[in-house]
Design a protein. Structure first.
Length: 273
């Protein structure tokens, strides 16, 4: 979080990080005001912020500072809170660091470098690590009965699966931009004139499947015996693939005539004006 400057009267203390739950203005907030812009002043629930109103009482992370400890980095593990912020950005109002001694013994405090400190090494910062994206088969939460067109049903529930991208979406290609004739730059995907998808994105799709042997009960169907159903695929492997390679499996339309190409070219020229 930053390097504190130890007060000469340094004593043992506990630093605790709490989640802030009240909107505040970074440039004007003080120990009394959450916002202090001109005549528009908004006070915290109490001086130094009020527990339960301005910040949550639960502890996100804590650090113990020993007596006479020299200047050093202080790290707070905010993994759970950071994950929450990533999933719901509106809940990101930061954290407040409470010193166990500051309010009890005025003068016995620690000072931390701010964002505009001349020494960049003294500034607070976030250090985040994220696992590389993966693409793998995941079983569905619920299993189901399989029924064929004649009304035979599977003897037991069948669990199917799907390809899921984990730790973020499949990564796009790096250093590769698509500019289709100068007028679709910046789009993520589009169909070209041959109905081919043009994109930098990647999709998490199956690359290997196997046919499932599903025993079927046909006792309720006249004239049909029990048998093994072999038309359902179970995914064995998945992979992040460029969407263009996936769309190439689609059948291309017939190549456009010269008349259509001339009309399309004229339309593009009009759209660019």
């Amino acid at each position: 979080m930053g390097k504190p400057y130890n007060d000469p009267k340094q004593m043992d203390r506990q630093l605790v990080a709490h989640k802030i739950v009240t909107q505040w203005e970074e440039g004007t907030a003080t120990n009394k005001y959450s916002s202090n812009s001109g005549s528009d002043k908004v006070e915290w629930g109490s001086s130094m912020m009020k527990e339960g109103e301005d910040y949550q009482g639960s502890v996100e992370s804590s650090v113990y500072i020993s007596e006479s400890e020299g200047p050093t980095d202080v790290w707070f593990n905010l993994t759970y809170l950071f994950t929450e912020w990533m999933n719901e950005t509106s809940s990101d109002m930061g954290v407040v660091i409470k010193d166990s001694l500051h309010e009890q013994i005025p003068g016995y405090f620690l000072k931390f470098g701010s964002n505009d400190n001349d020494d960049e090494t003294m500034r607070p910062y976030f250090w985040t690590c994220q696992k590389n994206p993966t693409c793998e088969p995941v079983d569905e939460d619920t299993s189901r009965y399989i029924e064929d067109k004649d009304g035979c049903v599977s003897v037991a529930n069948v669990t199917l699966n799907v390809c899921v991208a984990k730790n973020g979406p499949c990564a796009a290609e790096e250093n590769e931009l698509v500019d289709l004739d100068g007028y679709v730059y910046g789009t993520t995907a589009m169909w070209d004139e041959f109905h081919e998808m043009q994109t930098l994105c990647k999709c998490c799709v199956e690359t290997e499947t196997e046919t499932m042997d599903i025993p079927m009960d046909c006792s309720a169907v006249d004239g049909k015996s029990d048998y093994t159903y072999q038309e359902v695929k179970y995914i064995k492997a998945c992979e992040c693939q460029k969407c263009t390679s996936i769309s190439s499996k689609r059948k291309k339309r017939a190549e456009p005539s010269k008349t259509r190409l001339l009309l399309r070219s004229a339309l593009k020229s009009i759209l660019r004006k």
